[in-house]
Design a protein around this ligand. Sequence first.
Ligand SMILES: C[S@@+](CC[C@H](N)C(=O)[O-])C[C@H]1O[C@@H](n2cnc3c(N)ncnc32)[C@H](O)[C@@H]1O
Length: 307
Amino acid sequence: MKASASTLFRGSRNFRTLGEWLNHAVALYDQHGLAVGQVASSPHDEALYLLLRTLDLPLESPASVLRRKLTPEQTDQIKDVLAKRILDRTPAAYLTREAFLGEYRFYVDERTIIPRSYFLEIIPGQLDDWLPKDLRPKRVVDVCTGSGCLAVLLAHHFPETKVDAIDLSADALAVAQINVEAHGLEDRLRLFESDVFDSVPRARYDVILSNPPYEPSAHVDAMPLEYHREPRMSLDGGKDGLVIIRKLLAQARERLQPHGIVMIEVGGLREAMDKEFAALDLHWLHTHDGADCVCVIHAQRLRAARI
Ligand SMILES: C[S@@+](CC[C@H](N)C(=O)[O-])C[C@H]1O[C@@H](n2cnc3c(N)ncnc32)[C@H](O)[C@@H]1O
């Protein structure tokens, strides 16, 4: 039987507090098999986030907020947002129109993928180790920028550096523009609509960074509904997932400074990458959860391998 809003909220008439609604929401996430992972790692954390945001309460509220009694209007707001999340499978970030990477907040909507990337860990923690000591990068680029989130992280990490950001989707770039302005980076961060580097004016970069679409098409077909709410071109890397990565690596050599590096996040493609690009001797960066799916390649290596 297909669920309706009335079946979702059966038995909720006596709920008075935010905590009761949170418990109910978590149970509904479970019953309806909702996929989390776009904004939080558990149904509890996502539902708490969604309810606090819906009621305009601070995300860092103390636990006592759960004892808060709700007004009838607040109860209606919660029912409304849970119906959209559960019945329409709208991702939480599209309902709240925001997503966080660490401390940084980004505007998002259905025109772009919801930010989630290991570069949140790698940019502040490891990127500098791969550049010549004391180098102040002049120019870096984020290829496949989506909401612009990683370009913005790069701009914050390198406060004097010019940052370019590329995406093939004009829709995604419209969202990126909102984020560039929200972070006050209009003077330093340029957006380009381009198929990888095809339409980007010639320039040599100290860092080429990319979190490209890398899922094999058949994987995307099998993903939970929430992921089908995101633009398919954000996820789909072609039959074997490698289509955009191949193009990026083929163009990277001509775009790098002699001391430059490429860093690419590749999801589950590590083995396929090691096989196809054995000549590049890829180095995989360690990340806290052991995913280790971001590789780094020096410009010299690209040149030596004639890629
Ligand atoms: C996985 S998303 C990453 C977005 C963002 N960097 C992030 O980490 O949230 C990949 C992005 O690549 C863009 N894209 C897909 N094909 C492209 C291409 N051929 N050239 C440039 N960008 C492309 C998509 O529009 C999407 O925004």
